[in-house]
Design a binder for this molecule. Structure first.
Ligand code: NAP
Ligand code: F7E
Length: 333
């Protein structure tokens, strides 16, 4: 029988890759989208544009319990992937209240809707390495204590606690991924990797001459989003629900990302990157490095794309995007 999946956050980076993966595996794929997205599909549905005709989209908001309840009840999914969130850490300092509403209440609303309307549905919760924050051990694994350093991190710890409590209290199947940073040509332009690769492409084409950044010494464990949605899918297929770290096991500074990205188009980052305090955070997460040993042992999951290839892929895509914009041809990714 055809399986039915519901994805919150289907218009985002991960939602788009996951929707493609599930369609390829024969799923009937439903997605929760904001009403405004349906009114402005050209801009707000661009990541899922290529396969939108194969999706079932439902208007709703993570801030409204009745709207979520109605969508979950109507779809009756076998699997629900809860990816929707205010996911930009910097913005969470500017508006912690709305971040909490979307990420904490939104998660609570999703879990309660499943409990009341389809308790047998398998749920994936999108946890984050930001939960480790001021890290207590390196590398970080499923046993490393949490010490979040931003309202976003706090919201994800609470979402994780809510998920675990629904699992323990009501016997629901809810698996939590603790995913380290993952990137792609579909990454939002505000995140540092895409900010760098899009600026490199502009600079190379003579459309910009500097790249203002914040803390260049922060270290991240960066993987490819396409690999990470495969891990989400595998978690939901297991016999029992559990929590898994998903990471590459390699860490690099923002400076190294810059160096590599500019070098890919024969430029020296030191000629263009400026440090601007505007992009510093009130509290920084200095170092993230994941140990995905449990995912490897139990899910047979391993990343296929390493740092060098990731940078190259993002640079190639942004260079191509500018070429297409200049020649007026359609912009693929
Ligand atoms: P993303 O590109 O920012 O996508 C976020 C999605 O959530 C978008 O579809 C957005 O819809 C939706 N959304 C936000 N507020 C909403 C609301 N009030 N009602 C309904 N939908 C709402 O994020 P991502 O990178 O794909 O990440 C997916 C999930 O994984 C997020 O929960 C994120 O926190 C988590 N995560 C990400 C990473 C990473 O490195 N990418 C790592 C760990 C965890 P619009 O398009 O309408 O804004
Ligand atoms: O920052 C530093 C910044 O915004 C990475 C989200 O997907 O991954 C992401 O969160 C680092 C930080 O990602 C700029 O201070 C320097 O140390 O790309 P980011 P993030 O904060 O790590 C986690 C796992 C998630 O769950 C989140 O949803 O880069 N940095 N200069 C900068 N960052 C930005 N954005 N812009 C700068 O100019």
């Amino acid at each position: 029988m055809t399986k039915r999946a519901l994805i919150t956050g289907i218009t985002g980076q991960d939602g788009s890759y996951l929707a493609e993966l599930l369609l390829k595996r024969g799923y009937e794929v439903h997605g929760l989208v904001r009403r405004v997205a349906l009114e402005d599909p050209a801009n707000r549905l661009s990541r899922i544009d290529d396969f939108r005709d194969q999706l079932h989209l439902h208007a709703g908001s993570l801030e409204s319990f009745p709207s979520l309840f109605a969508v979950v009840n109507a779809v009756q999914p076998d699997e629900l992937y809860h990816l929707g969130a205010q996911s930009f850490v910097s913005y969470s300092f500017e508006d912690a209240f709305s971040t909490f509403r979307t990420n904490i209440d939104g998660t609570h609303f999703v879990l309660e809707s499943v409990k009341q309307t389809c308790p047998g549905c398998r749920v994936y919760f999108a946890g984050s390495s930001e939960m480790f924050g001021h890290v207590k051990a390196t590398p970080q694994d499923e046993n490393t204590p949490f010490h979040p350093r931003s309202p976003y991190g706090i919201s994800k710890v609470t979402g994780f606690d809510l998920s675990r409590n629904y699992r323990e209290a009501y016997g629901m199947f809810i698996s939590c991924g603790i995913l380290f940073n993952h990137e792609s040509p579909r990454r939002g332009f505000e995140f540092v990797t895409r900010k760098i690769t899009s600026h490199v492409a502009k600079i190379k084409h003579g459309l910009a001459d500097t790249l203002p950044l914040g803390n260049l010494e922060a270290k991240r464990d960066w993987g490819f989003a396409g690999d990470y949605v495969e891990a989400m899918y595998l978690m939901v297929q297991q016999e029992t629900a559990s929590d898994f770290v998903v990471a590459t096991g390699e860490t690099h500074t923002v400076r190294e990302f810059c160096e590599q990205a500019f070098a890919a188009v024969d430029l020296d980052y030191r000629d263009y990157v400026t440090e601007n305090p505007e992009f510093y955070r009130p509290a920084e997460v200095h170092l993230l490095l994941g140990d995905a040993g449990k995912a490897k042992a139990e899910l047979n999951w391993e990343p296929t794309c390493r740092f060098d290839r990731l940078v190259e892929m993002m640079i190639d895509a942004d260079m191509e995007l500018i070429r297409q914009q200049r020649t007026g041809t359609s912009a693929g990714e």
